[in-house]
Design a binder for this molecule. Structure first.
Ligand code: GLA
Length: 374
């Protein structure tokens, strides 16, 4: 039981799962994430000092951050997220007040379900409330992304933080990452359920590999921009890219091919969802995974094994890795009446082939940022 006595606000932000549109957010593409009912909750109260005092429900550490010199905390292990949030909040010209924060994060760490975005969004919203401001979810998402760039060293896109802040129960967000225009699409999966399976593989290379992929897409964009009238890589249509195949270095072409094809798949997947065509939706999930494996090279043995085991199961319409890759989770579209048997079979095969024990979660799509006074 968490002792929240004396705290003034309770703020929650969500983890997320991306249905489709992977590794396209930082290329200006559209993505289709959902906020999960797995949350990070922050309990907050002002303390009248120049310090942010941090405590966690599941860690022994207690850390105090001096709000007059936040730059010194870039290398901290856990508290760098809160320090980064405080830093960007201050840099954006907001008032940062000393406060006590108790952090209760139920989004599993390192799972690719965006625990860091949930921590960042809830923390910045806490700073806003303590400063007497009404939290603005879109501004908070953008600041949270900045904190991730500056303090966590991940040159991420906007998808995770936006989903964590702006998600809506039972809806997926069709988010245009070029304009931040967002359309809430009701998630209707007919007789199918969405199941998340965690590889439980520690993904240590994710930061460096992620940043490397992002640079490769930037190279693709700068080379193609000389030849076409485009504002971002996602503006390139698949048939146009093929015309330039020989003028791009082979590896850059493969990365770009994933991006432009994936953008097309997002469009088709939304259509399939709106037509209630789950078989088609599932097939697009599968194509997305294959492209992430073959052209983008961000899956690895464990994610491939989980995806293949799912594809081989007769009750599965489709499955793919979700998030940055190199470990983390798959998302699976499975006939509702076979979910339990599916989980058992897929997890048993995964353990046999990789030695890791997988964890399953049923997807419950929740709201993004929410808060109230205590
Ligand atoms: C991570 C990043 C996102 C996005 C995904 C891949 O989750 O934080 O911005 O790029 O990877 O789609």
């Amino acid at each position: 039981m968490i002792n929240t006595q004396g705290y003034r606000y309770e703020i929650s932000a969500a983890g997320r799962v991306n249905l489709i549109g992977e590794h396209v957010d930082y290329c200006g593409g559209k993505v289709l994430p959902c906020a999960l009912s797995l949350k990070c909750t922050v309990y907050a109260r002002p303390n009248g000092t120049d310090y942010i005092n941090l405590e966690w429900t599941d860690l022994q550490d207690k850390i105090s951050l001096d709000i007059r010199d936040l730059n010194q905390y870039r290398e901290l292990r856990h508290a760098k997220y809160q320090a980064g949030c405080a830093y960007v909040w201050q840099q954006a010209g907001h008032e940062l007040k000393g406060c006590d924060l108790l952090i209760d994060c139920k989004v599993p760490f390192g799972s690719g379900l965006s625990s860091s975005a949930a921590i960042e969004v809830s923390t910045i919203a806490a700073f806003a409330l303590i400063a007497g401001e009404k939290p603005d979810p879109v501004e908070i998402a953008c600041l949270a992304q900045k904190a991730e760039h500056e303090f966590a060293g991940v040159n991420c896109g906007i998808m995770d933080q936006f989903a964590s802040a702006c998600g809506k129960k039972d809806h997926a967000m069709l988010l245009d990452c070029k304009t931040l225009k967002c359309e809430q699409i009701p998630v209707k999966t007919g007789g199918y359920s969405l199941v998340i399976i965690n590889t439980n593989k520690p993904h240590s290379l994710v930061v460096s590999k992620y940043n490397e992929r992002r640079e490769e897409t930037e190279t693709a964009f700068s080379l193609l921009k000389r030849k076409m009238d485009i504002e971002c890589l996602a503006d390139v249509r698949p048939f146009r890219l093929v015309e330039y195949r020989t003028s791009l270095p082979a590896i850059i072409y493969r990365r770009a091919k994933h991006v432009v094809d994936e953008c097309e798949r997002v469009r088709l997947a939304v259509e399939a969802m709106q037509n209630g065509d789950m078989k088609r939706f599932g097939q697009l999930l599968m194509e997305s995974h294959m492209s992430l494996a073959d052209f983008y090279e961000v899956t690895g043995k464990e994610l491939d094994c989980l995806a293949h085991a799912a594809w081989d199961h007769p009750a599965c319409a489709g499955a793919r890795m979700t998030g940055a890759g190199f470990g983390g989770c798959t998302i699976n579209l499975v006939k509702t009446n076979s979910v339990e048997e599916f989980k058992r079979k897929v997890c048993a095969r995964y353990e046999r082939e990789t030695g890791y024990e997988a964890t399953c979660y049923n997807v419950e799509i929740g709201d993004g940022l929410s808060y109230h006074s205590l």
